[in-house]
Ligand binder design. Structure first.
Ligand SMILES: Cc1ncc(COP(=O)(O)O)c(C=O)c1O
Length: 463
């Protein structure tokens, strides 16, 4: 994910190379509130100073990610013992690949899966690949911040009882969400156990929860079956580092999941990424987490003293390393642009807020730079902006008339969005971040969905 999608598309300078563009951002940036969690801190990923040498492949004695026997096996065993799982596996293709690999496995146990509408795009991709049919579930919605929050237990129970005759394989939920909202996973796991279905928790945003004093929020402390972590989001590992924890004894094991992973992943897994996962396990010490928690406390105190900035503090549980703010006078894209101009790089726009993410590499100075920028924002007295936030109400539940797989692989045509009313979408359109779908293959494009797609300046769609 990136903060590049925060504002209007940048003016394309065709003479700039990617390295020039990256160098410019690095020079401009004084504080990193975005993923990856190492925040480019030199204290982490030491091998990168000699990165070219360590960019290796499966040479003698270097083990094999998909059939690990020695060093890579040890990383996975260490992961499992640090996170307290039954077994764990790593991936160099992000949590996205592990979400798909687990849904491929689940598809062996039923034809349908319960999918909250705030699920990450990789879940929708898995539906296309597996043929699993979604039963959509609407999480609770925060009207003030325009975002989905936690799984609504009553709706989950109703969904299960309304679909008693379906072959439901499982439920996949996102917790924490992109804004940090944490669901009552213990209760959800209990409900899944009673219904005899698998519970997969996409805990991509919560790899740090066991270590920063919020362990009771982690799905690993519940009877959820599978828990997936995106290790690069808040820990020190490199982008695309991820792991999957089997959290209970299951009728399948890590070999089965590895086979699924092989179907959809590169056959040349990056040793740089695997080395960074190995190193990230050594960084799970309390001093590192206390240091970030102190920064978080200082930021929270600063925010509490600013009456021109609101801080997202819902009534339910929330991960403290996700800090969502908005202004009382200006839209979030303008606030984000202002911050970027001051060298403060947020993670993205979530609902109508700006998300600031902490990670293991967060620095003391980050809090000071943020305070200075937010004070400067007050001084600059930006004009009240009349532009309303995009999608300022829950998206309509999808009217699924065929499975995502059927629609994706059907004969399709590309038409103007303007002509798409009541057509069946053959594609998935997601806003990134948070990567949740506006429309999925096999669902009807209603007037509201059509308007939302148009609001994203998308002109054509496959139907
Ligand atoms: C909720 C959620 N799940 C899964 C992912 C995918 O993680 P990865 O980037 O490691 O593939 C993301 C990425 O932003 C996410 O926000």
């Amino acid at each position: 994910m990136s903060s590049l999608s925060l504002t209007k598309p940048p003016v394309i300078n065709k003479t700039n190379s990617l390295i020039q563009a990256c160098t410019k951002v690095i020079k401009q940036k004084s504080a990193s509130f975005h993923i990856p969690g190492h925040k480019s801190h030199k204290q982490f990923n030491h091998f990168l100073s000699n990165g070219q040498s360590y960019d290796l492949t499966e040479l003698v004695n270097l083990d094999d990610l998909y059939h690990p026997q020695s060093t890579i096996k040890k990383i996975e065993t260490d992961l499992s013992s640090k996170f307290g799982s039954v077994e764990s596996i790593i991936s160099t293709n992000g949590a996205s690949s592990l979400i798909i690999a687990s849904l491929i496995e689940i598809a062996k146990f039923g034809t349908r899966v319960i999918v909250p509408v705030n699920s990450h795009v990789s879940v929708i991709n898995a539906l296309i690949l597996t043929g699993l049919e979604p039963i959509w579930l609407e999480p609770d919605y925060d009207e003030n911040w325009n975002l989905y929050t936690t799984i609504n237990i009553t709706k989950l129970k109703n969904t299960l009882s309304n679909n008693k005759n379906e072959q439901i394989a499982g439920l996949i939920i996102t917790s924490p969400t992109y804004a940090g909202d944490v669901s009552n996973i213990s209760q959800i796991a209990q409900i899944c156990q009673e219904a005899n279905i698998y519970l997969i928790v996409d805990e991509s945003h919560g790899s740090h929860l066991l270590f920063n004093g919020q362990e009771s929020l982690s799905a690993l402390k519940t009877t959820a079956h599978i828990v997936i972590h995106s290790l690069h989001k808040t820990l020190s590992a490199l982008t695309q580092s991820a792991c999957l924890h089997i959290n209970q004894k299951l009728p399948f094991n890590t070999n089965d999941l590895k086979n699924n992973l092989k179907l959809i992943s590169t056959s040349s897994p990056s040793y740089l990424i695997m080395l960074s996962i190995e190193e990230s396990l050594k960084n799970l010490n309390s001093e590192n987490f206390i240091s970030v928690n102190n920064i978080q406390t200082e930021i929270n105190q600063n925010l509490a003293s600013l009456n021109h900035i609101y801080h997202y503090k819902p009534n339910h549980q929330i991960d403290s390393w996700h800090i969502l703010i908005k202004s009382n006078s200006i839209t979030s894209d303008k606030l984000a642009s202002f911050l970027i101009n001051q060298g403060i790089y947020p993670e993205g726009l979530i609902g109508n807020g700006v998300l600031l993410m902490l990670g293991l590499g967060s620095q003391n100075n980050d809090s000071k730079f943020l305070r200075k920028a937010l004070n400067a924002f007050k001084e600059s007295k930006p004009q009240t902006n009349s532009v309303s936030p995009k999608f300022n109400k829950p998206l309509p539940l999808f009217n699924q008339v065929m499975s995502p797989r059927q629609a994706y692989f059907a004969k399709t045509k590309t038409i103007k969005v303007a002509d798409s009313l009541n057509k069946i979408s053959a594609q998935n359109i997601s806003i990134c971040p948070p990567g949740t779908p506006l429309i999925v293959p096999g669902a009807i494009i209603t007037q509201e969905i059509k308007n939302n797609i148009k609001d994203l300046s998308i002109k054509i769609v496959n139907v």
